[in-house]
Design a protein around this ligand. Sequence first.
Ligand code: KG4
Ligand code: ZN
Length: 338
Amino acid sequence: MLLSACTLLAIESSCDETSASVLKDGKILSNIVATQSIHEQYGGVVPELASREHQKNIVPVVDLALKTAQIELDNLDAIAFTRGPGLLGALLVGSSFAKSLAWAKKIPLIEVQHIQAHVLAHFIGEDKPTFPFLCLTVSGGHTQIVLVKDYLEMEILGETQDDAVGEAFDKTAKIMGLPYPGGALIDKYAKEGNPLAFPFPIVEMPHLDFSFSGIKTAFLNFLNNNQNKNQHFIQENIHDICASIQHTLIQILIKKLKKAIKQTQIKQVAIAGGVSANSGLRQVLKEEGEKNNWKVFIPDFEYCTDNAAMIAITAYFKYQKKMFVSQNVSPLPRMEWE
Ligand code: KG4
Ligand code: ZN
């Protein structure tokens, strides 16, 4: 594809991160992320509070993104925003802001599907995959194996039938009394634990689909049984418990990924989404890649969890095809990809 020059501002507000990014000719010039810590005390994202925080953050975040990039509003060729999936109220803040700015500046508006953007985050850096490749997309809301045929042509080969793997991390962390979101904390404690200390059952799912709700229940029962015998069980074994549950969740993911590679014969593998920040998953994927001769793509930490740079790079590919939307567009909390 011959790519034409453009300068874009992208906005991400689908969950609890308010983010803005400026892209010029395919290069990210800024990526500002304001994480909403207000949700920690509630043990999960409170949708109403998320919308209010986005409203507070959006102007300073956009302002800082433009200043960091040294780009004026008048230099922009288009505005991009996350249309979905996500929380309706949260999406409304970003989309309304983007629409108003595009209208005021009389420039095109580009909608972006959040999960597709997680996959395309791999085109931000220097080490880019070639098509086709497989992407294991693992976040707080999604767990999918995606066949990526082209920038905007993707097929879901398998996905979770219940909880997402990020949810499994966060819910098991919550059961242990850790603050939200607990995924990164499990990762931290797991580093000093024995992954084989406590075995957890793995539910077999057909095809390339996943299920994570059973493991949550098994984990709860396991902790209750042990706490009944020793009320300090969690404190005394936190490292081994975290290493064991993380190991089990990673095994579930890797097993399906291997199956997808065998089925498609595609040996380029990428990971994307918040859980791709997990050091255990990154390590296992690297090792499996070396052992099995796969080419593995692991995003920089900055582009794993929610960020507007991934929205900007996706919008860049859409800009090339003039895939613009009208001012009538409204957010889609359950948006599929086109
Ligand atoms: O992609 P993301 O920022 O938001 C969604 O689109 O959902 O993913 C957030 C998820 C949360 O479940 C969080 O606990 C998880 O990513 N996460 C991690 C780590 N860092 C973030 N899970 C395991 N290990 C980590 N280091
Ligand atoms: Zn995400």
